[in-house]
Design a protein around this ligand. Structure first.
Ligand SMILES: *[C@@H]1O[C@H](CO)[C@@H](O)[C@H](O)[C@H]1NC(C)=O
Ligand SMILES: *[C@@H]1O[C@H](CO)[C@@H](O)[C@H](O)[C@H]1NC(C)=O
Ligand SMILES: *[C@@H]1O[C@H](CO)[C@@H](O)[C@H](O)[C@H]1NC(C)=O
Ligand SMILES: *[C@@H]1O[C@H](CO)[C@@H](O)[C@H](O)[C@H]1NC(C)=O
Ligand SMILES: *[C@@H]1O[C@H](CO)[C@@H](O)[C@H](O)[C@H]1NC(C)=O
Ligand SMILES: *[C@@H]1O[C@H](CO)[C@@H](O)[C@H](O)[C@H]1NC(C)=O
Ligand SMILES: *[C@@H]1O[C@H](CO)[C@@H](O)[C@H](O)[C@H]1NC(C)=O
Ligand SMILES: *[C@@H]1O[C@H](CO)[C@@H](O)[C@H](O)[C@H]1NC(C)=O
Ligand SMILES: *[C@@H]1O[C@H](CO)[C@@H](O)[C@H](O)[C@H]1NC(C)=O
Ligand SMILES: *[C@@H]1O[C@H](CO)[C@@H](O)[C@H](O)[C@H]1NC(C)=O
Ligand SMILES: *[C@@H]1O[C@H](CO)[C@@H](O)[C@H](O)[C@H]1NC(C)=O
Length: 724
C-alpha cells in the first residue's frame, strides 16, 4: 500500500515537474465583439477572447481569462482548454456601452488584448403613471416614471406643463415623485430619463403625458366691512372675516385678518374686528384662510375720507433775527364741510415742553428764541388729532460791529489789502468798503471761512483813515466800523551820503564818518559799500532816518569809492551817489620828508666839495676808493643827529654803492621802518594797536625777501619818490 502511495506520488510529482518545466509563449490575444461592435438595443452580443499560445507539450496549459469593461474587471475564468473564451451580453442596453478588453494569464506570463468598443443604440420609451388623476387643491399625488428594461445609472426628470420641476438620480429602472398642485385646473405631466455611461449621458424620448385635473376646494373666506358706503375718519368700522360653505375636514383651519402688514386678529371659523377708521392707514384689508397647505385670500379696499387734512405750520417773515417777533400759522388746508364745522377745529402750538397755546384761528404771534428751535402744531376735531411736520426756526444773529485790518503792510503808492470782518452774525453778510462815507465796493460773504477783502491804494499817509467798512446781514441798518487805523509805510527816497570831514580835508589819522540819510518810514536797513568789495562794510537797521559808518584813524588804504544803500518794509532799495575818498598824507609827514630831502642834498654837496679838494692836492690812486678811504663815521654822525637818538644802520648804507649784507640794505625797508617807528613815536602813541600800524608791520615782514634779490633796483627806485 505504502509502495503504491509512493509510486503515485512520484508519478504525480514527475508530471508536475514536466508541466512546470514546459516552455511556452503567448503569441497573441484578441477580443472580438459578435455580431458587431455597433448594435441596436436587445441584440444578443458575445465577446470572444482568442489567445494563440505556442507550447512544447501536447496538453493545453491552464490559463486564466479576465474581461474588463472600461478598465473594471467584469468576469474571470480559469480554463485548461485551448478553446476561445466566450462571454455573452444578452439583450444589450445602452448601459452596456463601453470599451472591452481581455487578459490572459499563464503562470507568470500575461497578455492583454487591444480594447474594442461596443456601441448600443436605442432607449426604451419611459412610462408615466399617477396613483390619482383627479385631485383637489391640497391633495398630494404620486407619479411613477419607469424606463422599461433599462439598466445602469439613470436620471429621471419630471415636467409639469413642459417645465422641469423635479429630478432624481437612481440605480434602478424607475423613480417616484410626489406632487402638490397649488393652482386649480388641468396640468399636463410627462417624464424623461437619461442613462449615464462613464461621462456621457444618453437621453430618452418623452413619456406619455398624463393630465391631472385639480379641483378647487369649495371652502373659502369672506370679508365683510360695515359701513359699506362713504366712510369718514373717526367712524367705527366693523370687519368680519368668516368661512362660507364649511365642510367637515380633518385639516385644521386658520383665519387671519390683517390690514397691510399689520395683523389685526386671528380665529378658526370667524373673526369679528371693530376699529376707528383713520385716513392715514393703508385701507387694504385682507382675510386669509389656511387649510392644510392651501392658503385662500380675499382682500377689500376701504377708502376713508379725511375729516380734515394734517395741518401745516408756516412762519412769517421767512427769516427772523434773535428775539424778534414773528408769526407762526397752523392751518388744515382741507376739511369735510358736510361733517365738520370750522369752529370745531382747534389748533395747538407745541412751543416748549411745558407751555402750549391754543387758538381757533391757528395764528400764534411769538418772539424768536436765541437758538434753533423745533415747533410743531396739532389740529384736533371729533377726537381726531393730526400733527404738522416739524418747523425748525433758526433765528439769525445780527452782525456785530466789523473790524478793519490791513493784510501785511500798507505801503504808500502801492496797492494793499484790507479785511473787513465781524466776529458774529449769520451769513450771508454783505461787507461794503466806504471812503469818506461813500461806498466803494461790496463783498457778500456766504461761507464761514470766507473773508471780505478789498484792495486800495493811497498816496498820502493820512489818507488811510478815510476808509471804513459796513457789515449788513438784514434789511435793517448795517453796522459801521471805526476808521481804518494802520501804519503807512512811506517808500524810501532821496538817499544821501554825507562825508565828515570835508572831502578835501581828509588826511591820515582822521576819523571818517559816512552818514547815510534817507526819506521814508523806518525801520530802515542801511548798508555801506566800498566799490570793489562785494560784501557791505556795515549793515545797520535803525529806527532813525539816518545813521553813519565810522572809520577810525584813516590811512592811505582807506582811499576809495564809497556808497550806501537803504531798504525799508516798502521793499524799494535805494542807493546813494558814489563818493570818492582820497586820504592825504599827514602834514607833519610831508614836512619830515621835505627835511630829509634837504639834508640829503646837503650831504651830497659836502661830499662833492671834499672830493674835488682831495683831487687837487693828491696824485690820483686808482686802486683806492674814496668811499673806502673815507671813514663812514662822518656821515653816520650827521644822519643820526638829524633823525633821533637811535642809531640807524640802514641810512648809513644808503651811501654805499656795494652793500655787504643785501638783506639789511634795502632803502624801502628803511623807509617803512621809519614809518613804523614814527607811528610808535610819541606822535602816534595814542593808539599802539592802531590799524595802520599793524599794516606797516606786516609790510616790514615781507619786504626783505623781495629786496634780497633786487637790492640795487630798490635802493634807487624808491628813493626819489618821497623826495619829490
Ligand atoms: C494579433 O493578431 C491581430 C489580428 O490577427 C493582429 O492585428 C495583431 O497585430 C497581432 N498582434 C501581435 C502582437 O502579433
Ligand atoms: C436572445 O436570446 C434569448 C435567450 O437568451 C432569446 O430568447 C432571444 O430570442 C434572442 N434574441 C435574438 C434577437 O436572437
Ligand atoms: C474572479 O475569480 C475569483 C476566483 O478566482 C472570484 O472570487 C471572483 O468573484 C471573480 N471575479 C469576477 C468578476 O468574476
Ligand atoms: C481540466 O479539465 C478537465 C475536464 O475538462 C477537468 O476535469 C480538470 O479538473 C481540469 N484541470 C484543471 C487543472 O482545472
Ligand atoms: C397616492 O399617493 C399619495 C402619496 O404617496 C398617497 O397619499 C395617496 O393616498 C395615494 N392615493 C391613492 C389613491 O393611492
Ligand atoms: C426593472 O428592474 C427590476 C430589477 O431591478 C426588474 O425586476 C423589473 O422587471 C424591471 N422592470 C422593467 C419594466 O424592466
Ligand atoms: C361682530 O361684533 C359686533 C360687536 O363688536 C356685533 O355688533 C356684530 O353683530 C358682530 N357680527 C357678527 C357677524 O357676529
Ligand atoms: C429739530 O428736529 C430735527 C429733526 O427733525 C432734529 O435733527 C434737530 O436736532 C431738532 N432741533 C432741535 C433744536 O430740537
Ligand atoms: C447783499 O448783496 C446782494 C447783492 O450783492 C443782495 O442781493 C443782497 O440783498 C444783499 N443782502 C443784504 C442783507 O443787504
Ligand atoms: C529825518 O527825520 C527827521 C524827524 O524825525 C526829519 O526832521 C528829517 O527831515 C528827516 N530827514 C530825512 C532825510 O528824511
Ligand atoms: C546802528 O546805528 C545806530 C544809530 O545810528 C547806532 O546807535 C548803532 O551803534 C549802530 N550799530 C552798528 C552795529 O553800527
Amino acid at each position: 500500500m505504502g509502495l503504491l502511495l509512493l509510486l503515485t506520488y512520484t508519478l504525480l510529482s514527475s508530471w508536475r515537474m514536466v508541466d512546470a518545466q514546459r516552455s511556452f509563449t503567448i503569441r497573441n490575444i484578441t477580443l472580438t465583439i459578435e455580431p458587431s461592435t455597433d448594435v441596436t438595443r436587445d441584440t444578443n452580443v458575445t465577446l470572444r477572447c482568442k489567445a494563440i499560445i505556442s507550447s512544447s507539450g501536447p496538453e493545453a496549459l491552464s490559463r486564466k481569462y479576465a474581461i474588463y469593461k472600461d478598465s473594471y474587471l467584469i468576469y474571470n475564468k480559469t480554463s485548461n482548454t485551448s478553446q476561445d473564451l466566450l462571454y455573452p451580453l444578452p439583450e444589450v442596453r445602452v448601459s452596456n456601452i463601453g470599451e472591452y478588453k481581455c487578459k490572459i494569464t499563464i503562470k507568470d506570463k500575461e497578455m492583454t488584448s487591444e480594447a474594442e468598443k461596443l456601441t448600443v443604440k436605442g432607449l426604451s420609451k419611459p412610462l408615466l403613471t399617477f396613483n390619482k388623476t383627479v385631485v383637489s387643491e391640497q391633495e398630494v399625488v404620486t407619479a411613477t416614471c419607469t424606463a422599461p428594461g433599462e439598466t445602469g445609472h439613470l436620471y429621471f426628470f419630471f415636467y409639469k406643463d413642459s417645465k422641469e420641476i423635479q429630478n432624481y438620480q437612481v440605480n434602478s429602472n424607475q423613480s417616484e415623485a410626489t406632487f402638490l398642485f397649488s393652482s386649480v385646473g388641468m396640468h399636463k405631466i410627462h417624464c424623461t430619463y437619461a442613462v449615464l455611461v462613464k461621462t456621457e449621458s444618453f437621453k430618452s424620448g418623452e413619456s406619455n403625458s398624463v393630465s391631472v385635473s385639480v379641483k378647487e376646494l369649495s371652502i373659502k373666506p369672506v370679508l365683510e366691512i360695515y359701513p359699506q358706503s362713504k366712510i369718514y375718519e373717526g367712524e367705527k368700522l366693523n370687519i368680519l372675516c368668516i368661512i362660507r360653505e364649511l365642510q367637515p375636514s380633518s385639516e385644521s383651519i386658520h383665519l387671519y385678518l390683517s390690514q397691510g402688514t399689520h395683523l389685526l386678529s386671528t380665529g378658526s371659523i370667524k373673526v369679528n374686528h371693530s376699529m376707528v377708521a383713520l385716513a392715514k392707514d393703508p385701507g387694504d384689508f385682507e382675510c386669509s384662510l389656511e387649510i392644510g397647505n392651501v392658503i385662500k385670500v380675499v382682500t377689500e379696499k376701504v377708502s376713508v375720507t379725511e375729516l380734515f387734512s394734517a395741518p401745516t405750520l408756516t412762519m412769517s417773515p421767512a427769516e427772523v433775527f434773535q428775539k424778534e417777533y414773528m408769526t407762526l400759522t397752523c392751518k388744515s388746508e382741507r376739511f369735510a364741510t358736510e361733517r365738520l364745522n370750522k369752529e370745531e377745529l382747534t389748533y395747538t402750538l407745541e412751543q416748549a415742553t411745558t407751555s402750549m397755546t391754543s387758538s381757533n384761528t391757528g395764528v400764534f404771534p411769538i418772539k424768536a428764541l436765541q437758538y434753533d428751535f423745533n415747533y410743531t402744531c396739532v389740529a384736533r376735531a371729533k377726537g381726531i388729532m393730526k400733527r404738522s411736520e416739524t418747523l425748525t426756526v433758526r433765528p439769525k444773529v445780527s452782525v456785530s460791529t466789523p473790524k478793519m485790518s490791513v493784510v501785511g503792510r500798507a505801503v504808500l503808492g502801492q496797492p494793499f489789502r484790507i479785511i473787513c470782518q465781524s466776529d458774529t452774525g449769520s451769513l450771508p453778510i454783505n461787507y461794503t468798503l466806504l471812503r469818506d462815507y461813500s461806498p466803494l465796493s461790496t463783498t457778500s460773504v456766504k461761507q464761514p471761512n470766507q473773508q471780505a477783502i478789498f484792495t486800495v491804494t493811497i498816496n498820502k499817509p493820512d489818507e488811510i483813515s478815510r476808509y471804513m467798512c459796513e457789515a449788513k446781514n438784514s434789511n435793517k441798518e448795517g453796522s459801521l466800523s471805526k476808521r481804518l487805523n494802520a501804519a503807512v509805510i512811506v517808500p524810501l527816497s532821496h538817499p544821501t551820503l554825507t562825508v565828515i570831514p570835508k572831502l578835501s580835508e581828509i588826511s591820515e589819522g582822521d576819523d571818517l564818518y559816512l552818514i547815510c540819510g534817507i526819506n521814508g518810514t523806518p525801520p530802515v536797513t542801511f548798508k555801506w559799500y566800498r566799490v570793489g568789495n562785494e560784501q557791505p562794510l556795515l549793515t545797520n537797521t535803525t529806527n532813525t532816518n539816518s545813521t553813519y559808518y565810522q572809520i577810525h584813524k584813516l590811512s592811505k588804504e582807506h582811499s576809495g569809492i564809497y556808497y550806501c544803500e537803504a531798504v525799508n518794509h516798502a521793499n524799494n532799495l535805494v542807493r546813494s551817489e558814489k563818493v570818492t575818498i582820497d586820504v592825504q598824507l599827514a602834514l607833519w609827514k610831508k614836512a619830515l620828508i621835505a627835511g630829509f630831502c634837504l639834508l640829503l642834498v646837503l650831504v651830497l654837496v659836502v661830499v662833492c666839495v671834499l672830493y674835488f679838494r682831495s683831487k687837487r692836492v693828491r696824485v690820483p690812486r686808482a686802486a683806492v676808493s674814496v668811499w673806502s678811504e673815507r671813514p663812514p663815521e662822518a656821515v653816520h654822525d650827521e644822519l643820526s643827529s638829524v633823525v633821533s637818538s637811535e642809531p640807524d644802520v640802514e641810512y648809513t648804507e644808503v651811501v654805499h654803492p656795494q652793500p655787504v649784507d643785501p638783506a639789511k640794505v634795502p632803502l624801502r625797508k628803511g623807509t617803512d621802518t621809519v614809518y613804523s617807528e614814527l607811528k610808535n613815536s610819541p606822535h602816534g602813541a595814542a593808539d599802539p594797536h592802531d590799524y595802520g600800524s599793524v599794516e606797516y608791520t606786516a609790510l616790514n615782514g615781507e619786504q626783505p625777501e623781495i629786496n634780497h634779490y633786487h637790492p640795487n633796483i630798490n635802493s634807487y627806485q624808491d628813493l626819489p619818490v618821497p623826495v619829490d
